[in-house]
Design a binder for this molecule. Structure first.
Ligand code: HMH
Length: 221
């Protein structure tokens, strides 16, 4: 769109994959109230491992923001993200004990390891800020979009999963994702064509890894 920036264009261009990552059968099963609790517990245990890995990634984005932009508000927004990750870790521990999901000694499954390796590949100082902030936005936006579906009026989300859905589906988190999107678009507007292409690739990779992550939770056993 005229004022949408590259992200609006990519959401359109990769619409099918975006929908696969944000309307996954696992999420729809929560929304429809038919979720298999063993899938939910598997997701919870695996996502804790992911979020632990996500912390250094977000820290690396903060460091790039500090080096590459003169905009203090970028730093403040990313710092807010780090602060909410602190809450999130406490929430995971509480939630895991509620569901009897062990957090220590819990091994990451392959799609999770793949996703974490991808995050690690974006942490290096050779990766441009535009690329890293685009990936950061996409990672948060997929969860926001997914879990907010489970809060819509027509949802039959089980009461005991409402807290999870509100964690990522709430209005503040939506605003935060919008801020990340604006930062990414602004940074991309100043980037070279080559960097913009790399950012688009990172965006697509995030969506693919998210689908793999949901599949892992939803699979049998
Ligand atoms: C797999 N993607 C995954 N886990 C998360 N917690 C988020 C995104 C959002 O923080």
């Amino acid at each position: 769109g005229e004022d949408g920036g590259p992200i609006a264009t990519w959401l359109n261009k990769h619409r099918q994959l975006y929908l696969e990552s944000t309307r996954h059968p696992f999420i729809l099963s929560i929304k429809h109230g038919s979720v298999d609790i063993s899938s939910f517990k598997r997701w919870l245990g695996q996502d804790y491992i992911f979020v632990r890995e996500f912390i250094p990634f977000v820290a690396s984005v903060l460091l790039k923001a500090w080096k590459e932009t003169d905009d203090a508000s970028d730093i403040d927004i990313i710092l807010g993200g780090i602060a909410s990750l602190n809450d999130e870790i406490s929430w995971f521990k509480k939630e895991a004990s509620k569901w009897d999901v062990p957090l220590s000694g819990n091994a990451p499954q392959k799609p999770n390891r793949d996703y974490c390796r991808f995050l690690e590949s974006l942490m290096g100082s050779d990766i441009e800020y535009s690329v890293a902030i685009t990936a950061f936005w996409a990672i948060e936006a997929v969860y926001q979009e997914s879990f907010s579906l489970c809060l819509e009026d027509d949802s039959r989300t089980p009461e005991e999963l409402m807290g999870t859905c509100q964690r990522w589906g709430n209005e503040d988190f939506r605003q935060y994702c919008c801020s990340l999107c604006r930062i990414a678009n602004r940074s991309l507007a100043k980037a070279t064509e080559d960097v913009v292409m790399k950012a688009e690739e990172a965006f697509v990779h995030v969506l693919e890894k998210e689908v793999g992550f949901w599949n892992m939770s939803y699979g049998d056993s």
